[in-house]
Design a protein around this ligand. Structure first.
Ligand SMILES: [Zn+2]
Length: 191
Protein backbone atom coordinates (compact mmCIF):
# COMPACT_ATOMS: atom_id res chain seq x y z
CA UNK A 1 0.00 0.00 0.00
CA UNK A 2 1.35 3.37 -1.01
CA UNK A 3 -0.07 6.86 -0.87
CA UNK A 4 1.50 10.07 -2.17
CA UNK A 5 4.21 11.06 -2.48
CA UNK A 6 5.04 8.12 -4.74
CA UNK A 7 8.33 6.94 -6.04
CA UNK A 8 8.38 7.55 -9.80
CA UNK A 9 7.06 4.50 -11.68
CA UNK A 10 9.73 2.47 -13.40
CA UNK A 11 9.59 1.68 -17.08
CA UNK A 12 8.85 -1.91 -16.10
CA UNK A 13 5.90 -0.79 -13.93
CA UNK A 14 4.41 1.18 -16.81
CA UNK A 15 5.01 -1.70 -19.18
CA UNK A 16 3.18 -4.18 -16.93
CA UNK A 17 0.26 -1.79 -16.28
CA UNK A 18 -0.07 -1.29 -20.03
CA UNK A 19 -0.22 -5.03 -20.51
CA UNK A 20 -2.78 -5.36 -17.71
CA UNK A 21 -4.98 -2.66 -19.25
CA UNK A 22 -4.47 -3.77 -22.83
CA UNK A 23 -3.57 -0.23 -23.86
CA UNK A 24 -0.69 2.13 -23.21
CA UNK A 25 -0.78 3.40 -19.63
CA UNK A 26 -0.42 7.18 -19.66
CA UNK A 27 0.04 9.85 -17.04
CA UNK A 28 1.07 7.33 -14.38
CA UNK A 29 2.13 9.17 -11.25
CA UNK A 30 2.90 6.09 -9.16
CA UNK A 31 2.09 2.50 -8.26
CA UNK A 32 -0.24 2.59 -5.26
CA UNK A 33 -0.38 -1.14 -4.53
CA UNK A 34 1.44 -4.24 -5.63
CA UNK A 35 0.89 -7.98 -5.83
CA UNK A 36 2.90 -10.25 -3.56
CA UNK A 37 5.22 -10.74 -6.55
CA UNK A 38 5.76 -7.01 -6.96
CA UNK A 39 3.62 -6.50 -10.06
CA UNK A 40 1.36 -3.42 -9.93
CA UNK A 41 -2.20 -3.95 -8.73
CA UNK A 42 -3.32 -0.31 -8.38
CA UNK A 43 -2.10 2.50 -10.60
CA UNK A 44 -2.27 6.15 -9.65
CA UNK A 45 -2.99 8.54 -12.50
CA UNK A 46 -2.35 12.28 -12.71
CA UNK A 47 -5.45 14.34 -11.84
CA UNK A 48 -5.10 16.12 -15.16
CA UNK A 49 -4.03 14.05 -18.15
CA UNK A 50 -1.36 15.34 -20.51
CA UNK A 51 -4.09 16.21 -23.02
CA UNK A 52 -5.77 18.44 -20.41
CA UNK A 53 -8.63 16.12 -19.45
CA UNK A 54 -9.56 16.23 -15.74
CA UNK A 55 -9.19 12.73 -14.29
CA UNK A 56 -10.83 12.22 -10.88
CA UNK A 57 -10.05 8.49 -10.60
CA UNK A 58 -6.78 8.70 -8.75
CA UNK A 59 -6.60 4.99 -7.84
CA UNK A 60 -7.43 2.38 -10.47
CA UNK A 61 -7.40 -1.38 -10.02
CA UNK A 62 -5.40 -2.85 -12.92
CA UNK A 63 -4.53 -6.40 -11.85
CA UNK A 64 -6.53 -8.78 -14.09
CA UNK A 65 -7.23 -11.41 -11.40
CA UNK A 66 -8.27 -8.71 -8.93
CA UNK A 67 -10.55 -6.93 -11.36
CA UNK A 68 -12.12 -10.26 -12.35
CA UNK A 69 -12.76 -11.22 -8.72
CA UNK A 70 -14.36 -7.83 -8.01
CA UNK A 71 -16.45 -8.07 -11.17
CA UNK A 72 -17.72 -11.40 -9.88
CA UNK A 73 -18.85 -9.76 -6.64
CA UNK A 74 -20.77 -7.12 -8.61
CA UNK A 75 -22.28 -9.71 -10.95
CA UNK A 76 -23.37 -11.91 -8.06
CA UNK A 77 -25.53 -9.14 -6.67
CA UNK A 78 -23.39 -8.15 -3.71
CA UNK A 79 -23.83 -4.41 -4.29
CA UNK A 80 -27.03 -3.96 -2.24
CA UNK A 81 -25.40 -5.65 0.73
CA UNK A 82 -22.47 -3.25 0.66
CA UNK A 83 -24.82 -0.29 0.24
CA UNK A 84 -26.81 -1.50 3.23
CA UNK A 85 -23.68 -1.24 5.37
CA UNK A 86 -23.96 2.53 4.91
CA UNK A 87 -27.66 2.78 5.62
CA UNK A 88 -28.13 0.44 8.52
CA UNK A 89 -28.15 2.08 11.91
CA UNK A 90 -26.58 -0.34 14.38
CA UNK A 91 -28.00 -0.65 17.85
CA UNK A 92 -31.03 1.43 17.03
CA UNK A 93 -29.02 4.56 16.42
CA UNK A 94 -30.13 7.00 13.72
CA UNK A 95 -28.47 6.52 10.30
CA UNK A 96 -26.31 9.59 10.87
CA UNK A 97 -24.68 7.72 13.74
CA UNK A 98 -23.63 4.78 11.59
CA UNK A 99 -19.86 4.57 12.11
CA UNK A 100 -19.35 2.79 8.79
CA UNK A 101 -21.10 5.61 6.95
CA UNK A 102 -18.98 8.14 8.82
CA UNK A 103 -15.79 6.22 7.96
CA UNK A 104 -16.88 6.08 4.32
CA UNK A 105 -17.31 9.84 4.24
CA UNK A 106 -13.84 10.19 5.76
CA UNK A 107 -12.50 7.83 3.07
CA UNK A 108 -13.97 10.17 0.46
CA UNK A 109 -12.13 13.11 1.98
CA UNK A 110 -8.91 11.09 2.26
CA UNK A 111 -9.15 10.07 -1.41
CA UNK A 112 -9.50 13.68 -2.51
CA UNK A 113 -6.67 14.80 -0.21
CA UNK A 114 -4.35 12.18 -1.72
CA UNK A 115 -5.21 13.35 -5.23
CA UNK A 116 -4.93 17.04 -4.40
CA UNK A 117 -1.48 16.44 -2.90
CA UNK A 118 -0.43 15.82 -6.51
CA UNK A 119 -2.54 18.50 -8.21
CA UNK A 120 -5.74 20.42 -7.47
CA UNK A 121 -8.08 20.29 -10.48
CA UNK A 122 -11.06 22.57 -10.06
CA UNK A 123 -13.29 20.62 -12.47
CA UNK A 124 -13.28 17.56 -10.19
CA UNK A 125 -13.36 19.37 -6.85
CA UNK A 126 -15.29 17.34 -4.29
CA UNK A 127 -15.49 14.31 -6.60
CA UNK A 128 -13.84 11.05 -5.54
CA UNK A 129 -14.73 7.65 -7.00
CA UNK A 130 -16.79 4.52 -6.65
CA UNK A 131 -19.88 6.28 -5.30
CA UNK A 132 -18.26 7.90 -2.28
CA UNK A 133 -19.22 9.60 -0.02
CA UNK A 134 -22.69 8.03 0.38
CA UNK A 135 -23.30 5.48 -2.38
CA UNK A 136 -21.71 2.24 -3.59
CA UNK A 137 -21.39 2.37 -7.38
CA UNK A 138 -18.09 0.74 -8.35
CA UNK A 139 -16.37 -1.86 -6.21
CA UNK A 140 -13.28 -1.72 -8.45
CA UNK A 141 -12.68 1.88 -7.46
CA UNK A 142 -13.35 1.17 -3.79
CA UNK A 143 -11.09 -1.89 -3.68
CA UNK A 144 -8.40 0.08 -5.49
CA UNK A 145 -8.62 2.74 -2.81
CA UNK A 146 -8.57 0.14 -0.03
CA UNK A 147 -5.44 -1.47 -1.47
CA UNK A 148 -3.70 1.89 -1.81
CA UNK A 149 -4.67 3.25 1.59
CA UNK A 150 -4.39 0.03 3.57
CA UNK A 151 -6.94 -1.52 5.95
CA UNK A 152 -9.13 0.75 8.04
CA UNK A 153 -9.55 3.68 5.63
CA UNK A 154 -12.26 2.60 3.19
CA UNK A 155 -14.73 0.29 4.98
CA UNK A 156 -16.63 -0.76 1.85
CA UNK A 157 -13.43 -1.38 -0.10
CA UNK A 158 -12.09 -3.41 2.82
CA UNK A 159 -15.30 -5.47 2.99
CA UNK A 160 -15.33 -6.11 -0.75
CA UNK A 161 -11.68 -7.14 -0.70
CA UNK A 162 -12.38 -9.54 2.16
CA UNK A 163 -15.19 -11.14 0.14
CA UNK A 164 -13.31 -11.31 -3.16
CA UNK A 165 -11.68 -14.50 -4.42
CA UNK A 166 -8.40 -12.61 -4.77
CA UNK A 167 -5.91 -11.41 -2.21
CA UNK A 168 -2.83 -9.22 -2.57
CA UNK A 169 -1.05 -11.83 -0.46
CA UNK A 170 -1.31 -14.57 -3.11
CA UNK A 171 0.18 -13.99 -6.55
CA UNK A 172 -2.26 -14.81 -9.34
CA UNK A 173 -0.30 -13.03 -12.04
CA UNK A 174 -0.19 -14.34 -15.57
CA UNK A 175 2.72 -13.82 -17.93
CA UNK A 176 1.75 -10.33 -19.03
CA UNK A 177 3.86 -10.60 -22.17
CA UNK A 178 1.74 -13.55 -23.29
CA UNK A 179 -1.44 -11.55 -22.64
CA UNK A 180 -0.15 -8.69 -24.74
CA UNK A 181 0.83 -10.99 -27.58
CA UNK A 182 -2.68 -12.39 -27.68
CA UNK A 183 -4.27 -8.95 -27.63
CA UNK A 184 -2.09 -7.60 -30.40
CA UNK A 185 -4.31 -9.38 -32.90
CA UNK A 186 -7.61 -8.28 -31.37
CA UNK A 187 -9.41 -5.07 -30.51
CA UNK A 188 -7.55 -3.15 -27.85
CA UNK A 189 -9.47 -2.96 -24.62
CA UNK A 190 -10.38 0.46 -23.31
CA UNK A 191 -11.52 1.62 -19.91
ZN1 LIG B 1 1.78 -11.36 -8.89
Amino acid sequence: MTRPPFDPPTAEDVRIVSRQLGRPARDVVGIAARCACGAPTVVSTRPRLADGTPFPTFYYLTHPAATAAVSTLEAEGEMPGFAAMLAAAPDGLPPASNPIAAAYRAAHESYIADRESILVVDEVAGISAGGMPDRVKCLHALVGHALAAGPGVNPIGDAALARAAWSPAVCQCVDYDDVADAEDNTTTATL
